[in-house]
Design a protein around this ligand. Structure first.
Ligand code: HEC
Ligand code: HEC
Length: 203
């Protein structure tokens, strides 16, 4: 396991992101125990349908938990979990999971890398889908301040499922801007599978 020095180092590297969320790492660690059943004790989930949240930006985690509470996002497993969290609980678990190291994965389907990479880096000219790297960054690290989520190393099946959810307006957590709903509607099922495979392998 990780020694105190390593944890301190990780907390330091997360300092700028965590400064945006007023939560307690220690309190979050205790409150996060029940989350581990699905997301893994350290936020690295083993079921590819359930998102990993280790190393995810704290402001984005906060936004998503609020979205599950207010119905902009619904999920049979997750909504009931979010409903029981107070604002302070949300901040605490967000700070805890943001400080966990995310496990790197390999590309889901090597046959899809080329197409996935082209979409990720260049977008889709024919339909006007913006390049993913503009917001999620060249290596999928996202942008904490803008609540652009980290994508690298995320399970491809979850990425694909959530892009379909945006495309059908089942997920509305992108708010009034509809950034992701607009982009997902411009992708075909083949595009979604390719970009999801590529994203899983980013590190
Ligand atoms: C019973 C299983 C289960 C438990 C327990 C659970 N979750 Fe989830 N969680 C899910 C699933 C499934 C999703 C994906 C929902 C979707 O596809 O929209 C999810 C999504 C999320 C997301 C959004 C991730 C993203 O990348 O957008 C966050 C954040 C989250 N959960 C945090 C938590 C926290 C914090 C707890 C503990 C308080 C918790 N979850 C407990 C199943 C669970
Ligand atoms: C203009 C900025 C922007 C661009 C371009 C963009 N995204 Fe996003 N993306 C966002 C924002 C903001 C969110 C968070 C929305 C929310 O809260 O639901 C997001 C969320 C996501 C999520 C959900 C992550 C999770 O953990 O649930 C996925 C997957 C995703 N984007 C994939 C893509 C892909 C693939 C592309 C390129 C085809 C892309 N994005 C292009 C801004 C962008």
């Amino acid at each position: 396991m990780f020694g105190a020095a390593v944890i301190a180092l990780l907390l330091c590297s997360q300092a700028s992101a965590d400064a945006l969320v007023d939560g307690s790492y220690e309190a979050g660690k205790t409150k996060a125990i029940r989350c581990g059943a699905c997301h893994g004790p350290d936020g690295n989930s083993v079921n590819p349908q359930w998102p990993s949240i280790a190393g995810q930006h704290a402001p984005y985690i906060v936004r998503q938990l609020e979205a599950f509470k207010n119905g902009e996002r619904t999920n049979i497993l997750m909504t009931s979990q979010a409903m029981t969290l107070t604002e302070q609980d949300i901040n605490d678990v967000a700070v805890y999971f943001a400080a966990q190291p995310a496990a790197a994965k390999s590309v889901a389907d090597p046959g899809l890398v080329e197409k996935g990479q082209a979409l990720y880096r260049g977008g889709k000219k024919e339909t006007g889908a913006a390049a993913c790297l503009t917001c999620h960054g060249p290596t999928g690290r996202g942008n904490p301040a803008a609540a652009y989520p980290l994508l690298r190393g995320q399970h491809a099946p979850y990425i694909a499922a959530t892009l379909r959810a945006y495309a059908t307006d089942a997920r509305k957590s992108d708010g009034a801007t509809k950034i992701m709903r607009d982009i997902a509607k411009r992708l075909t099922e083949d595009d979604i599978l390719a970009v999801a495979a590529y994203v899983q392998g980013l590190r």
